[in-house]
Design a protein around this ligand. Structure first.
Ligand code: HEM
Length: 168
């Protein structure tokens, strides 16, 4: 869902290096989910990145079961850039009850992020996530790729998700 004022408000200049991320992205084929402790799975996902003229990008990520189409994982939040640098921060709330701050660097059209702060509800199910590493890359074929790796209480850092999207 595009922000209603998105078309009328100019992008804040701080965010120009991230302009390529803005818009709606639909996965072109189901993404692959895995982790040593779970059954491998497939999912679809839509990403929305918008702005309202502030030096902030607003985002929503909605994932669905590849076959049943039922809603699954959801995230929403904000992206900020440190003016004059390539430092980027993602401020994220997840429907699982996890909230996190990821920080990292923009290199060309690749964003590499690492979790700095993680918090969860007092009644979250174990295992707890200990670390998250996420990469967004706009490839030369125009597709956007996202990979997410995580470490939990009982597993070292390993890939959980890989998916590619096309601009819709
Ligand atoms: C399982 C974290 C995104 C689907 C898990 C587990 C954790 C986790 C901690 C349990 C692993 C275990 O039992 O050892 C995260 C984090 C995410 C994320 C931190 C984002 C940063 C997603 C997305 C999907 C997804 C986008 C897409 C549908 C699943 C499924 C399982 C799972 C199907 C296995 C069943 C279950 O335990 O619910 N995830 N996840 N996850 N995740 Fe994710």
């Amino acid at each position: 869902m595009a922000c209603p004022v998105n078309n009328t408000v100019e992008l804040n200049p701080t965010l120009l290096p991230l302009e390529w991320l803005l818009g709606t992205w639909e996965c072109d084929e189901p993404g692959e989910g895995s982790f040593p402790t779970i059954k491998p799975f497939r999912y679809t996902e839509t990403l929305h990145f918008s702005h309202v003229g502030q030096p902030v990008i607003n985002f929503m990520f909605n994932a669905f079961h590849a076959e049943s189409k039922k809603p699954m994982h959801r995230e929403c939040g904000f992206v900020r850039m440190q003016p004059g640098t390539n430092r980027v921060a993602f401020i994220i709330a997840q429907n699982s009850g996890l909230v996190e701050i990821e920080e990292g660097e923009l290199t060309g059209q690749q964003l590499s992020l690492q979790s700095q702060q993680l918090a969860r509800t007092s009644f979250a199910k174990e295992p707890y996530v200990k670390q998250i590493c996420r990469v967004f890359q706009l490839r030369s074929d125009g597709k956007l790729e996202q990979t997410v790796s995580m470490a939990t209480d009982n597993q070292p850092l390993m890939q959980h998700l890989r998916i590619t999207y096309r601009r819709s």
